[in-house]
Structure formats: C-alpha cells, structure tokens
Design a protein around this ligand. Sequence first.
Ligand code: NAP
Length: 267
Amino acid sequence: MLLKDKVAIITGGAKGIGRGMALKFAEEGCTVAIADIAIKEAEEAVDEIKKKGGNGIAIKCDVTSGQQVGDAVDKVVKKYGKIDILVNNAGAIAAHVPIEDLTEESWDKVLALNLKSDFLFCKYVVPHMKKKKYGKIINLSSIGAVQPPAHEIHYNTAKAGVIGFTTDLANALAPLNINVNCILPGPIRTSFYDHNIGSMTEEDKDKFFTRLGKKVPMQRVGTPEDMAGAALFLASELSAYITGQALYVAGGLPLLPPAPPPSSLAK
Ligand code: NAP
C-alpha cells in the first residue's frame, strides 16, 4: 500500500475529482478527512470508504473562511494526531463574463474559492507538517491557467496564481522534507460543468463531453480516476524528489489535438 498509516485532508472531496482522490487514497491505506460544504455527499463518500474497509471523516467546511479552515485542521489533528497529506482541491468555475461586466464581488468570490483557500489551508496545516518534518501538499490548478478560454479571467487568474503559490511554498518548505506540487487538469467529467449543462438530459451530457473530448489530443475528457492516479503519485514516496512542479493531467493538453497532415491543407 502506497499510503499506509498516512492521514490526508482533501478539500472538496465530496464530489468529482476530490471524491475520486479520497477513494483512491483510502484504498492505499490512508485515513481521509473530507472538508467540503456539501456535507451530505461528503458523509456518503466517507461511508463508501468505510464499507470498503477504509477510514475517514467528513467535516463541513467553507474553504474560504479562515475560521472554518482553522477549526477543520484542529479537528483532524485532535482526532488523528497528524496531517501527512493536504490536497487543496475545492474550487469552481464561474460564468463567462467580459471584463467590463465582471463585478468586484464576483472577482473576490472566485479568487477566494480558487486561490485564497489554498493559502488558508497551508497556513494552518504547514505548522503540523513542520513539526513532523514530513508533508505532501497538492494544489489543484487548471489547464485554464496556461491555455485560458476567453472571459473566465477571474477563474484563470486564480488558477495561474495557484502555480505561483505552489512554486514559492515548495521552495520555502523543501529543506523540511515537505513537497509542494500542483496539478493542472484538462476537462474532467464532473459536476464542475453543471453551470453550463446541469439541466441537460444524460444523453445530451454524453454528447457534450464527447464534443469536448475532441478538443483534447487523446480525444476524450478525463475521469476522476485519471486524476486520482496522478494525485496518488504526488502524495506517495514515488515522488519523493519532486517539488515545485506543475503536472498536466490533461490528455496531452496544452498540445493541440492532432492536426491534419500539411498536404491535406494544401488542397
Ligand atoms: P466538482 O465536481 O464541482 O467538486 C467540487 C467540490 O468542491 C464540490 O463538492 C463542491 O461543493 C465543493 N466546494 C465548492 N465550494 C466550496 C467551498 N467554498 N468550500 C468547500 N467546498 C466547496 O468539481 P471538480 O471538477 O471535482 O473540481 C475539483 C478541482 O479541479 C477544482 O479546483 C477545479 O477548479 C479543478 N479543475 C476541474 C476541471 C474539470 O474539468 N472538472 C478542470 C480544471 C480544473 P458544491 O458542489 O456543493 O458547490
């Protein structure tokens, strides 16, 4: 088992990518604390972990609140005595808006959820990792940080900030045996897209994700399991000598999908 006797906090682990990571980490012997506002789904994920013989706890936490983050970290340390792994995964995209229509309130909200939350969790978790001289921190950025679709400037700015945050913290914590890396997912099939397609039938959703997959060199969108494998690598000793890196888990993006041969363009 790659994470035997480890303790992890995974934010936003009730659904989607975070849930995939929580299940995978638990399978590998890790105790998982899921910190999420969606407490019902977080409890269901923990029930699933326990049914499979694993261990975990669901904690209701709004990751944008310093008070709630501090309380969540205290709760985990009181219960399990340490935190070995932190995955800053909670995040969400916002509606496409041209900059002149983007409100100050929306900018602040999106930056708080997708960037400030990483700072808050690291602020409260790092002292515990320093004491043990051990830690693995994984932050979720996005392909949008480097290949941004237009009019998501608040989200893409936050996710680009996650890369800067990761490299700075990695440098500061490297002498203390604490690895800090980030993952840049490509399109992954989760409720992340619900703001666009939430009301569609399952059949239309399938069509949407098939079309989206065609924009990816590997010709498909990713799954939470694809993401969980990468996170497991970064959370385990397999990546002991890797820190400050941005790992694309994006089916080949930011490469362009395979282009037709130049000869066909000449016709
Ligand atoms: P998801 O399926 O929507 O899951 C996100 C989870 O975070 C949900 O349980 C959500 O609860 C929770 N959450 C939202 N706001 C929160 C808050 N303030 N405090 C605590 N928890 C909160 O999204 P996902 O696709 O798994 O995304 C995970 C991460 O990957 C995000 O950082 C996202 O930006 C990044 N990412 C995803 C994709 C993709 O294609 N899916 C691509 C690039 C990057 P509610 O549902 O109740 O709001």
